[in-house]
Design a binder for this molecule. Structure first.
Ligand SMILES: CC(C)(COP(=O)(O)OP(=O)(O)OC[C@H]1O[C@@H](n2cnc3c(N)ncnc32)[C@H](O)[C@@H]1OP(=O)(O)O)[C@@H](O)C(=O)NCCC(=O)NCCS
Length: 162
């Protein structure tokens, strides 16, 4: 397994990894993934702006990712929003931890001072990993998620002085 910086050539494989985690319908805010065009636009923007995105690669395939994208507004640009996932079957092998380290180090060297994320209340494994890295719980969006008529709280976490 290798950790590599984002690349347009890996776009298709990145899209498939995201799709597979989305389709689990448990962890991410979308159940179907993104189109090829949406994914390409996203990765192109990342590469062009040197934003922080890393892939875990196994046999030339993306099996995990972590990105930290700076917020747009003038007074919020020092903060980055984190997203990540590991394809089922590759979890609990330390890959999430390694991806987080790579993305946080890169974001720090890009001037990011604060990282924020949202995680579903039932996703204890992700929360445990984020706490291990130093994230603190900052709030709760009560019933922030709704899927098939079922609600779940959304936990807001943040890491400062990275
Ligand atoms: C959450 C996720 C990114 C963690 O990545 P990972 O590669 O599985 O995690 P790691 O192997 O690096 O483990 C890091 C820590 O997470 C925790 N952890 C991981 N898998 C676990 C499991 N099955 N049971 C309990 N704790 C677990 C442990 O605290 C572990 O630390 P330890 O090694 O000291 O025990 C990954 O499980 C995943 O992609 N889940 C589905 C998508 C998702 O939740 N994305 C985040 C949305 S906010």
């Amino acid at each position: 397994m290798k950790i590599e910086y984002a690349a347009i050539e890996k776009c298709k494989s990145f899209r498939e990894a995201v799709k597979s985690v989305c389709e689990e319908e448990k962890y991410l805010a979308n159940t179907t993934g993104f189109t090829e065009e949406q994914t390409k636009d996203f990765v192109e923007k990342i590469v062009a702006n040197h934003y922080s995105q890393f892939y875990a690669i196994e046999n030339d395939k993306v099996i995990g990712w972590c990105d930290i994208i700076p917020r747009d507004q003038e007074l919020h640009k020092h903060a980055g929003v984190l997203g990540m996932g590991i394809v089922a079957g590759f979890r609990n092998k330390g890959i999430g931890w390694q991806l987080l380290q790579a993305a946080i180090n890169h974001a720090r060297s890009n001037g990011i001072e604060r990282i924020e994320l949202e995680v579903y209340a039932g996703n204890r494994i992700a929360q445990k990993l984020y706490k291990k890295v130093g994230f603190k719980k900052e709030g709760v969006k009560r019933k922030g998620k709704k899927l098939n008529g079922k609600y779940e709280d959304v936990i807001i976490m943040g890491l400062i002085n990275i």
